[in-house]
Design a protein around this ligand. Structure first.
Ligand code: 6PG
Length: 257
């Protein structure tokens, strides 16, 4: 089925386990298509507890051999400005739940340098993206990198990646990666910007839990193009957009068939 306000695919699942199975199947399918078409699968990962469950599912015996990890290029949609072994590091979370099991080639794991000064890390990551997405086969001149898949979570306030309500990064139209100031007392962050997120072939939101239902309803029921919540601003220019929800997160959506 398609979503209501945003032209997207909306799928609601009875519980978190069914949600994670569906998300894992979607990743497996996206990886298979990209590897068949282009010889590689470029995937921007999300932080957070909900995406973490998906990584654990993909690392499980049922899934880990269903993706050719030797052809997967992994990136991060955002990172906290902490060292890679820090408890708050998105890289550490993905390493522990997925990388240590599927063991991709190190050169295909594109970590944001959370341990560096934020502006230097942002410039460095943009340079890494330019190398990973050379103009021609993988990027049009003057365009941002085009990920095969961008996985996104959503916070209770409607943030996604490290694009928080009201932050200046939401208005960035040129840079691909920018520092994002501390939010709720946390560390500085690095985030991909909307031009990159909206260039993707396939964007998949993975959202679960009753605490998200108000913002999910506000975003998916709104037809107002001025809807300012960051997650609502993710509207792929030409790619596919999917919202995968559990029943709790979708509780305020009328049409949940
Ligand atoms: C981060 C994430 C962030 C996350 C959402 C959802 O670094 O914190 O990238 O955008 O995806 O906050 O997180 P939960 O699934 O844990 O609610």
């Amino acid at each position: 089925m398609t979503g209501s306000a945003i032209d997207s695919v909306l799928e609601v699942f009875p519980g978190r386990s069914a949600l994670m199975v569906a998300a894992a199947e979607r990743v497996v399918a996206a990886a298979g298509r990209a590897i068949t078409d282009d010889g590689r699968f470029t995937w921007a990962l999300a932080g957070g507890a909900t995406p973490r469950e998906l990584y654990a599912r993909l690392a499980s015996a049922a899934y880990k051999d269903r993706i050719d990890w030797s052809k997967v290029e992994l990136f991060w949609g955002d990172e906290r400005c902490v060292p890679p072994e820090h408890a708050q590091s998105n890289y550490r979370m993905v390493r522990e739940t997925l990388l240590d099991i599927v063991r991709p080639e190190p050169g295909r794991v594109h970590r944001m340098r959370g341990e560096w000064e934020p502006e230097r890390a942002a410039v460095d990551y943009a340079e890494d993206l330019a190398c990973a997405f050379p103009i021609g086969r993988f990027r049009e001149a003057g365009s941002p990198p085009r990920f095969d898949l961008v996985l996104l979570g959503m916070g209770e306030d409607g943030h996604t990646a490290s694009l928080f309500p009201g932050c200046s990064a939401l208005d960035e139209r040129e840079r691909w990666v920018v520092p994002a100031p501390p939010f709720a007392g946390g560390p500085w962050r690095l985030t991909l910007t909307l031009p990159v997120l909206n260039e993707a072939r396939h964007v998949c939101f993975l959202v679960a839990g009753a605490s998200k239902r108000d913002r999910v309803a506000a975003i998916l029921r709104s037809s107002d193009p001025r809807m300012e919540l960051p997650a609502a601003r993710v509207r792929p220019r030409s790619g596919a957009l999917a919202w995968l929800l559990d029943a709790d997160a979708a509780a305020l959506l009328e049409d949940r068939t």
